[in-house]
Structures are given as structure tokens and as C-alpha cells.
Write a protein that binds this ligand. Structure first.
Ligand code: GLU
Length: 307
């Protein structure tokens, strides 16, 4: 891209053209607190070597939800090592829904990958610490190093999910039974619900994307995470980051990405950009409708596909 390219004009145009698609989606409802979001919101942010460009609702806070799985995977890989992590989770995509329990009994007795709930819960159990606070401190601490600001959680989303997360509880107890989860089940779930409730905005996600795009270097130029951990996390984002829509997303957008049911999408364009979208109305697969629509256009214009 030429040095004078006007990213701001591009993002403004994309937002204007695609905002209408937000109305085609549905808010996530199985965590009651998420139903309160405004489905018309839409934001897009691009972190470049020339700084951050953003358009729309990029300063609105929302919860990380499944996007947090990328961060806790990095923490587990760094603190426990590749072998310990892959002893508990596999590396294959799944055609089942993100919170499915069916394969746990029928496949090789470990979650297929760390991006589905069962895998992410198993990964959480590997994060070291004497207490949930200490373990959560490692996840929040990594984000604080990336974003250079303190991290908070949305207490009401956290409580809402803790009270209603029966399926996740079932997954965790099943994992414990098959020796797939280390430590106390309720403590691991507490850690998982906390990481899902971390508050970010769209601009933060673009910064996290750039951190991954530069193989683990933060904006101040310090290496925070090993390039190998980033490579593994980014690969999982390609094969399973967009739920059962990962294949179609790879064809249409072509970048490592992770979405969450609060409406965020974190995208990585290796060596070039961090890109992010926000829009809480979701398609049937659980991905933000306006987010996917904006990312498709952005990918076309900036030639983002890594394939
Ligand atoms: N907290 C949600 C859950 O575990 C995250 C789901 C998501 O964003 O995919 O069910």
C-alpha cells in the first residue's frame, strides 16, 4: 500500500456502506446480560505502522467473550509449554457448535482444539497460580502489556454467565472426569468466565491484532510473547477462530481472526496490520454480521488475504 494511502477515508466509506447490515443479525441471548446491547452499533479499526485509524463505535466497551481464548492460549503456551498444552487439547477444527459436548466422549477424549469452549476451559486449567486472582492476573497482565492500560471486567456479564453457564459447567465436569482438566473445576470455570468478561473496545482489538501481526512485539517495541506461541495461536485462528464459519471466512477474508459473541472480531494481517470490527448483531454461526461484511470489503481493497 502506498505511504499516502488514506486509510481514514477507506474506513469511513466502509462503515457508511455496510452499517445497514447490522440490522440483519440477532443479539446473543444465552448470556442474559448480552441482550442489552444496541444491535445497530458498528465500528471498524485498523492498526498500521502509521498508527490507528478508526470509524464508528470503536470506543464502545464490550466483553471479549471467545476472543479471550487466544489470550489464555498464549499465556498457557508461555507458562506451561507446547507439550503440556497439546497434552490437553488437540489441533483439529470441528464442525460442531462452539459449546458442543458430543465429541468429548466420541473422539480421542480431549477437546479438539483450544478455540471451542471445552478446549478453552482445559487451557484455562493449565494457567498457573495459587488462586483464581493470581491466574487471572496472568491473563489480564498480558493484555495490560499489549494495551499499556489497566484491564477491567464487566461484573454484570461475569455474574450473568456464572449463574447461567450450565453448559460450560457440564463441559468442565466432563473434562475433569476424563482427566482433561487440572485442579478445581469451579475455580477453572471462574477463571474462564472472568476472561470472557474482560472489557475491550474495537480500537483495543486492532492493537491486539497488530501485536499478533508483529509476532508478539508490543507498541513500545518490546517482545512480550514468543513468536512460536503467536504462530500457534494465529494458526488456530485461521482453522477455528470463526466458529463453523471459519472455512467461508478464510475464503472471503483470508486472515487469522477470532470472533466473540459480544460482537467483536479480532483480525491479524501478518507483518502488516491489526484489524478489528464490532457489531453485536450476529449471524447464525455466531459471527458479527456487520463485522464480516466490513472485513470482506477491507480485505478486497487492501488485498489482505494471506492465501
Ligand atoms: N462466554 C461464552 C461462552 O463460553 C463465550 C462464547 C463465545 O464468545 O463464543 O459460552
Amino acid at each position: 500500500m502506498n505511504a499516502l494511502f488514506d486509510y481514514q477515508v477507506l474506513l469511513d466509506e466502509i462503515l457508511k456502506e455496510h452499517r445497514k447490515h447490522a440490522e440483519r443479525g440477532q443479539l446473543a441471548s444465552y448470556i442474559p446480560e448480552l441482550k442489552k446491547a444496541d444491535p445497530k452499533m458498528a465500528g471498524v479499526a485498523l492498526m498500521t505502522t502509521r498508527g490507528l485509524f478508526e470509524a464508528g463505535d470503536t470506543a464502545v466497551n464490550f466483553t471479549l467473550q471467545s476472543i479471550s481464548k487466544v489470550i489464555s492460549l498464549l499465556v498457557a503456551l508461555e507458562h506451561r509449554g507446547v507439550e503440556a498444552v497439546f497434552a490437553k487439547v488437540g489441533s483439529e477444527p470441528t464442525g460442531d457448535s462452539f459449546n458442543s459436548i458430543v465429541k468429548l466422549e466420541t473422539s480421542e477424549q480431549k477437546p479438539l482444539n483450544p478455540m471451542i469452549n471445552a478446549g478453552a476451559i482445559a487451557v484455562c486449567s493449565l494457567i498457573p497460580g495459587q488462586s483464581v486472582e493470581e491466574r487471572f492476573g496472568l491473563i489480564a497482565g498480558l493484555l495490560e502489556k499489549i494495551l499499556a492500560r489497566p484491564i477491567e471486567i464487566d461484573e454484570s456479564v461475569y455474574r450473568s454467565e456464572k449463574e447461567t453457564g450450565h453448559r460450560n459447567r457440564a463441559l468442565a465436569y466432563f473434562l475433569k472426569d476424563i482427566n482433561g482438566l487440572e485442579g478445581d473445576v469451579e475455580e477453572v470455570l471462574d477463571l474462564y468466565f472472568r476472561q470472557c468478561s474482560i472489557l475491550v473496545n474495537c480500537a483495543d482489538l486492532a492493537r491486539i491484532g497488530m501485536f499478533l501481526a508483529t509476532k508478539g512485539i508490543n507498541e513500545a517495541g518490546s517482545p512480550i510473547v514468543s513468536a512460536n506461541a503467536v504462530r500457534l495461536a494465529s494458526t488456530f485462528m485461521v482453522t477455528c477462530g470463526m466458529y463453523n464459519g471459519s472455512g467461508e471466512f478464510a475464503i472471503q477474508v483470508g486472515i487469522p481472526a477470532k470472533s466473540g459473541i459480544a460482537g467483536g472480531i479480532l483480525g491479524v494481517v501478518p507483518g502488516r496490520y491489526g484489524v478489528a470490527t464490532f457489531g453485536p448483531a450476529l449471524d447464525r454461526k455466531g459471527n458479527s454480521v456487520v463485522g464480516i461484511s466490513m472485513l470482506r470489503r477491507l480485505s478486497e481493497v487492501l488485498d489482505l488475504s494471506i492465501f
